[in-house]
Every structure is written in structure tokens, then in C-alpha cells.
Design a protein around this ligand. Structure first.
Ligand SMILES: [Zn+2]
Length: 339
């Protein structure tokens, strides 16, 4: 996240000398029409970081300069892009040192590469000790280095090294989610996995290729394309692969073997089923269907288990078809094992 701030002539407010304040984001700068060289009113309330309340426009000389949003990251030089909220700018550089902690925490999280032991506290510790400066450094951690840190003993150091090693065998969907590409959550990552054979097939991808995928819009297409056209990111990906990360893509195989029997249908699952809800939703998605979290007019089927909740009432009110778990299995008509 790239946050703009103002630097001004020191001024004393409430007994404290203040010479800089946050400007929050570029929308705020535009809204308040803040320019370089302006005279401003600064407020500081309690321990809150001081902020610019307004510009005194009468004091303008005509030499003030407009502030433009950044085009590249001031730290690593990669391109920047508006984030999910649409107001803040984020650097797309996978290897950017300014966001390495945040990126690694996400990369290691359970739904991503699932590396136990690389949570917030340990990432912070490894960063503060200089053991991780870049994203790819997690693959260069050594047990001896960990043992010198206060939070690690023989066993925990060994466990972390083993968890990293184990995580090297992964799927394309997980890996894509782990990369933290703006707008790419778990579901979008799975869709990309279905449509691209391997990670290399995404290198230098153009937005129009991604927009062709049903359920993918322009925003996500631009973001994915920009990520995979960044030379620094492609270098980092090559490094990660050379460290032994092995990415299979079972989602793509399903497409090619014509098993997408639920293509284009939206399901909602409710109540207690013979399998966990997550497993049933994964089954639906593997067969090309979409598993939604709540009932709406676009729901095709409600899969009902024991003790269904308010979703059943809502589905009945909307006239949505309800089916049992067994009926769902029949719909799939799989010749092999389902799970
Ligand atoms: Zn950067």
C-alpha cells in the first residue's frame, strides 16, 4: 500500500512539534485539492496522527504544483495498481521489500501454501533479524539460522523447515491464490487453474484472453495480466520454481476429461450432509458448478441436509428447486469415486 503524506514547516500543536501528516490516499488529496507549496490547516486530536483539514486557498501564489498518483513503486520500481477498495495504490512487485512481510503471511496461510509456523509473529521476527528481505528468501531459510532466534528450539526449527519443504508440492489454484494478485481470491484462482494448463501459460498473458473466461471481468483480467507481464515478477517465479516448488494442476485435467457435468449451475448447500459443507462445495466446483454462500434468484439448486436453516425457507419463497445430497450425487453421475 502506498500512502501519501504531507511534509510541512514545523508547527507546534498541543505542545508537540509536528512536521508531517498523513494524507490517507489520492482521492483525499483530490477532494481537498491539496497541492505542493500550499499553506494548510493541520489538526491533531489526542494521540491521533495529525491530518490536513483544509487548504488556505487565499495564500496561493500560483506556483503550487498538483500531486499525481504514483506510476511505479517508490521502493522497488514495479508498477502500481489500485487495490480492491479502489482508492489505495498497491505495488504489484512480488519481491518488493516494502511488503515482504504481508506477502509472505498471505503466501503461507492455510488456503494458500499452508506453511505452518510462518504466521505473523514468526514472519515479523525473521524480517527483523534480516533473514527474509525478499519473498523468495523463505526458500533459503536454514535450520542453523533459525536456532539462533529466541522463538526457535531444535524441534520448532526443524518443523518449520519441514513445513516449507512439504509445501513445495502444491496445485496451481493454491499457488495463484498464494501470490496475492490484486482481485484474485480463492475462487478466481481456481477458475484460472481450470483454464490455464500451468503457470507458464499465464506468463505475458493479455487481458482479452482472461475476459474470455466466464465469470471473469475486466478488472481482474487487467490485474492478472499486469502481474504476469511484470519482468520482476516473472524472475521471482522462475526463482521459486528453481527452489523446487512443484505445481500440479488437477483442476485443468477435469476440464479436459469432460466431467464438468454441473457447468453453469449455481448451488447453495444447507443443513447437515454426509460430508462437510466445504467438501460438498469443492465437489460441486470440481464438476464445473458454482457453490454460492447464500440463496438468491440466481440459485439453481439448494442442496438440503438435516436441520436446514433459513436458507430453505428463502429458497421455497423464491421457488428454487431443492435436492438432497443423494440427488446431487446422481446429477454428477460419476463412474468413479467422488471424494
Ligand atoms: Zn514495490
Amino acid at each position: 500500500m502506498i500512502t501519501p503524506f504531507a511534509v510541512f514547516e514545523p508547527v507546534r500543536i498541543g505542545g508537540v512539534t509536528v512536521s508531517r501528516s498523513t494524507l490517507h490516499n489520492w482521492d483525499e488529496i483530490e477532494r481537498k485539492d491539496i497541492r505542493i507549496g500550499d499553506t494548510v490547516i493541520v489538526e491533531r486530536a489526542g494521540d491521533v496522527i495529525p491530518h490536513v483539514v483544509a487548504v488556505i486557498k487565499d495564500k496561493r501564489t500560483g506556483r503550487e504544483k498538483h500531486v499525481h498518483p504514483p506510476v511505479t513503486c517508490p521502493v522497488c520500481g514495479s508498477a502500481v495498481e489500485k487495490d480492491e477498495g479502489g482508492v489505495a495504490f498497491r505495488c504489484i512487485g512480488l519481491n518488493c521489500t516494502a511488503q515482504v512481510q504481508e506477502r509472505i503471511r498471505h503466501y503461507a496461510s492455510r488456503a494458500a501454501m499452508d506453511i505452518a509456523g510462518l504466521g505473523e509473529k514468526n514472519v515479523e521476527l525473521l524480517f527483523s533479524k534480516g533473514l527474509i528481505r525478499h519473498f523468495e528468501d523463505i526458500y533459503r531459510l536454514k535450520k542453523e539460522d533459525l536456532l539462533e532466534l529466541p522463538r526457535f528450539a531444535q524441534k520448532s526449527a526443524q518443523n518449520l523447515i519441514e513445513a516449507i519443504e512439504k509445501s513445495k508440492t502444491t496445485t496451481l489454484a493454491r499457488f495463484l491464490y498464494a501470490l496475492g494478485i490484486i482481485h484474485v481470491g480463492e475462487y478466481a484462482a481456481r477458475l484460472l487453474g481450470r483454464n490455464f494448463r500451468d503457470i507458464e501459460a499465464l506468463y505475458h498473458v493479455q487481458p482479452d484472453r482472461i475476459v474470455m473466461i466466464k465469470q471473469m471481468g475486466e478488472k481482474i483480467a487487467d490485474s492478472v495480466s499486469r502481474f504476469f507481464n511484470d519482468p520482476g515478477n516473472l524472475r521471482t517465479l522462475a526463482t521459486i520454481k528453481s527452489e523446487g516448488v512443484n505445481i500440479s494442476n488437477p483442476d485443468y485435467e477435469i476440464v479436459s476429461s469432460e466431467k464438468r457435468t454441473l457447468e453453469g449451475m449455481t448451488f447453495v448447500v444447507t443443513g447437515t450432509l454426509p460430508r462437510s459443507r466445504k467438501e460438498v462445495e469443492e465437489l460441486i466446483e470440481r464438476r464445473g458448478g458454482h457453490a454460492a454462500g447464500s440463496v438468491s434468484k440466481s440459485t439453481n439448486y439448494l442442496v438440503v441436509g438435516d436441520d436446514p436453516g433459513s436458507k430453505l425457507r428463502k429458497a421455497q419463497a423464491l421457488g428454487i428447486k431443492t435436492i438432497s445430497y443423494d440427488e446431487l450425487v446422481d446429477m454428477i453421475k460419476s463412474e468413479g469415486r467422488l471424494f
